[in-house]
Design a protein around this ligand. Structure first.
Ligand SMILES: *Cc1c(COP(=O)(O)O)cnc(C)c1O
Length: 368
């Protein structure tokens, strides 16, 4: 007996491509027998988690037989104070990917879809298509999101627009006036999901803070994460800030215990670790400068970035990516983002950045 399971899958699922994460260090070590490996492939914080998190979490091991607080009460209290919003505007997720998916499940279906930009974060098309919802991809302009084209692409089947600010993998960003100009014109029954995963790293004066705009634009939802500047990617913790009615809807579809006990505790601790955050931001700024200057010295073009990564044009990606792997350096090929000639490198420690630049110079035959 045989059964065509592909034919049984829900609408949209067959067209999905599974997400391909950055290569894990263990895997490369098994494949090539290398020991000294640098992973600059997943935009993780090279400083690791805040020290308070490492010190305190072991004291919670005894609690692990209990369910976590499904309402995330304490973390919400703390986060609300930190952000200057009320707790009923918060939705806590198992990473911000979780809240992006909750938003999609609440608002998207076969009649109501989303608009995204070319080169934008793959999770937006993924959560849209998984629901069989229509997806509109707007061509990018200078690798970034074209907000006028985004507005023009809104149709009767649009319910949601995704904007990553800055975007991953391009590092491109939109200014305060560009964003408010867009929000002023977008119909109020279209949700605007502003993904600020790299918010803490951005130091440009005209970079907007989504939190200050939610009061004026009830259709604006801002998402942030503890995975990047806070150094907690492995625990999975992120959140959305929205109008309380939107938060209420997300809460209805949320798994009752979507965020684990360790993540909840770590989030509370991390919000107090200001020096870790400051250090992470400073290390990133210096590292990004170094990577940019090194590209210029090697005559390589790159996409100007305000995130914790830089996307560099190297030409023949497969060959160069493999050669970098053999040199023990893991970066990210980004062909799935329609950038087949670029690699994305995460800003690491000074030593890791130097190791990458040296390896890249050798691989491309360019002197640094
Ligand atoms: C890394 C990243 C996130 C964060 O995902 P988590 O699920 O919070 O780890 C969200 N959006 C973008 C654009 C990212 O690059």
């Amino acid at each position: 007996m045989s059964c065509d399971f592909l034919a049984l899958a829900s609408r949209g699922i067959n067209e999905l491509q599974p997400y391909v994460p950055g290569k894990p260090i263990d895997e490369l070590s098994r494949e090539l027998g290398l020991t000294d490996i640098v992973k600059l492939a997943s935009n993780e914080n090279p400083l690791g988690p805040p020290s308070a998190v490492m010190q305190e979490l072991p004291s919670l091991f005894g609690e692990l037989a209990r369910y976590p607080d499904g309402s995330a009460w304490r973390l919400k209290q703390k986060l609300a104070g930190h952000l200057g919003v009320s707790t009923d505007m918060l939705t806590i997720g198992n990473g911000s990917n979780d809240v992006l998916e909750l938003l999609a499940r609440v608002f998207l279906n076969r009649d109501n879809g989303s608009v995204v930009s070319q080169h934008s974060f793959v999770v937006y098309p993924l959560v849209t298509q998984a629901l069989g919802a229509p997806l509109t991809v707007v061509p990018a302009s200078h690798f970034g999101q074209d907000l006028n084209a985004t507005l023009a692409a809104i149709s009767a089947t649009t319910r949601m627009v995704f904007i990553a600010n800055p975007n991953n993998p391009t590092g491109t960003w939109i200014t305060q006036s560009e964003l408010t100009g867009f929000l002023d014109r977008v119909p109020e029954d279209i949700l605007v999901v502003l993904d600020e995963a790299y918010f803490e790293y951005v130091q440009e004066p005209s970079y907007p803070d989504g939190m200050t705009l939610i009061g004026s634009y009830p259709n604006l939802v801002v998402t942030r994460t503890f995975s990047k500047a806070y150094g907690l990617a492995g625990l999975r913790l992120g959140y959305a800030v929205s109008h309380p009615e939107i938060a209420d809807l997300m809460n209805r579809v949320r798994q009752p215990f979507n965020v684990n006990l360790m993540a909840l505790a770590a989030g509370e601790l991390a919000l107090d670790c200001e020096s870790h955050l400051t250090e992470s931001i400073e290390l990133n700024r210096a590292g990004l400068d170094f990577l940019r200057m090194s590209c210029e010295a090697m005559d390589l073009s790159y996409i100007p970035s305000v995130g914790n990564f830089l996307t560099i044009e190297v030409g023949e990606v497969t060959r160069h990516y493999d050669a970098l792997l053999r040199a023990g350096v893991i970066v990210r090929p980004i062909g799935v983002y329609e950038l087949p000639r670029h690699i994305r490198v995460t800003v690491g420690t000074a030593a890791e950045n130097e190791r990458f630049v040296e390896a890249l110079g050798k691989v491309l035959g360019r002197s640094v």
